[in-house]
Ligand binder design. Structure first.
Ligand code: SF4
Length: 95
């Protein structure tokens, strides 16, 4: 996280190796269990959570927003892009 002492991974003018980002070192997303959103979320915005709470071991969970988004917004966008069309069956096509 840029600009916060102790959270840096390297110095832009330095030649030393990068270190593991402190905000991911504790792997807080491991608390997420079998959450279906884990592949796209990975614990949410860990930097934002740290700035609000000072904690590096907590996720910034927005599961309710994901559920709403996946249930409504993504379905709406999908249907807008790929509208439902009539599919003729062989029986109606022959008639
Ligand atoms: S939605 Fe919540 S529980 Fe699911 S991966 Fe994100 S932070 Fe973890």
């Amino acid at each position: 996280m840029a600009g916060i002492p102790g959270l840096e991974v390297a110095h832009v003018a330095g030649t030393g190796p990068e270190k593991v980002a402190p905000l991911v070192a504790l792997r807080p997303w491991e608390k997420c269990g079998d959450c279906p959103y884990l592949p796209v979320c990975v614990g949410g915005c860990l930097g934002g959570k740290y700035l609000k709470t000072g904690r590096m071991d907590e996720v910034a969970c927005k599961k309710e927003k994901y559920e709403l988004s996946f249930r409504e917004t993504i379905v709406r966008r999908y249907l807008a892009e790929f509208p439902v069309t009539e599919v003729s069956s062989p029986a109606t096509a022959a008639a």
